[in-house]
Write a protein that binds this ligand. Sequence first.
Ligand code: 3UK
Length: 519
Amino acid sequence: MKAADLPTYYNAVDILERNLPERAQKTALYSDERNMTFQNVASETNQVGNALIKLGVRMGDYVGILSLDCSAWATSFFGTAKIGAIAVGMNTLLKGHEYDFMLRDSRARVLIVHPALLPVVNEIREQQHFLEHIIVIGEAQHPDDLSYAEWISGKPTELEAAPTHRDDFCSLNYSSGTTGMPKGILHAHKDYPLTSQLWGVNVLDLREDDRTFSAAKLFFAFGLGGNLVFPWYAGASVVLFAGTPRVATNVLEQIDRFKPTILYNAPTGYAATMAVEDFSAKYDISTLRLCVSAGESLPAPVWQAWKERTGIDTIDGIGSTENLHIFLSNHPGDIRPGSSGKPFEGYELKIVDEAGDEVPQGEIGNLLVKGETAALSYLHQYEKSQQTFLGEWLFTGDKYYIDEDGFYWHAGRSDDMLKVGGIWVSPVEVESALISHAAVLECAVVGRTDQSNLVKPHAFMVLNEGYSGSDELTAELVAHCKDKMAAYKRPRWIEYLDELPKTATGKIQRFRLRADAMD
Ligand code: 3UK
């Protein structure tokens, strides 16, 4: 499937509405809060669209969604798309200053927010120049806010889709970099059916009788594609879960209760699940036919252990927000544990050296990808865009090599970025949080692998005079980090040194610290 196969004027709400002729009364969405048929979702989506128009939202405007996974996430996303506005799905684990940045950078006029996230929104609401309305998915507390249920109540359940071009923007997601604030990545309406077909249907073989569940949330392109867009494109159902997936028993309970056939998780999620004693006896996970892992590479021993304990194959595929979803993947029936699999139709891959020339098979180089679902640039980031979007090719920042059978193996990043539990952590950000503590003179953060061979931040520190390393100080520094940043970014190990290894010109030698961290 090519972008040109889609109608020129195409709106991604088609992914939801294509289900109406055949399966309007089928349950589209299961959740603790409520179940909804495709017809229910489509009608409520139209109400959201009408309610947004009534607030003055027009084609090309931005609408923020800051919510735990729930049915209103889905109706807000498609309602926004349907009127030709752009949905900004925001990571729910961040701090006020990051939301402040995203709201200004995107100039979102409306923010649809879950009550659980209201406290952090309240910290920054007074200083917003562009935000005009806050809709609360639940009770509104602030006099200026509207409650979602009241907001859509009485709005027509019919709505004509805006005549969006297939290349018009549909969504904006923010992805972290080594320094500075996250980078905004815009995707077009066309990217949703394309990724659905190219990976969801052609590779994963999603079918109408599937039911998906994801530990990765809808604010993350991995979750949005895997657990909303692709299944609905294929006529399948989804299970949405508002709780935290970091507690493995939560994930198991949801599977036991809602009986999905497909599970999406990050490698840490599979490792954490297996740490729950007798999990496959205590919870019924027998409905699962296939598991998917992405966000970081799934070590072969974790793949094997999962297979031994559950009998289920896991499909590891590498995706990125820049490409919207997975562009290199293992295939059901053709899996090499530990690898990212093989290319598939829709994406061309190239592994090149620093001069841009292709390296011989077996040698490590930079992975470039060419495909029609790539974003065009980073929003308001000319220089960073130039480094990543190289004409038809996209620089992934990943090092790869190909084995003798054509499987691709991840061999690290070309920057210092870490993937922890499948989400970005910038060592620079963790270092700045640590440095802001009075005890710390200087520090360096590198990735270190844990017992499952998954990367976590390890901090090396030199203390100011008058301080000495102790378990108390370590606990205090970790608490300080959690205060400054999303908790998942905190260092899992803190080591005190007299000095950091440096080059003659005074640069910290991270490669020596990385080697030390492995000991
Ligand atoms: C790393 C992987 C090895 C890799 C994503 C599936 O992770 C996603 O998007 P992000 O923008 O990060 C992209 C980067 O993450 N990575 C992702 N998956 C793997 N490394 N093996 C993997 N299987 O460094 C990549 O460049 O957060 C994943 C679908 C949609 C996504 N957006």
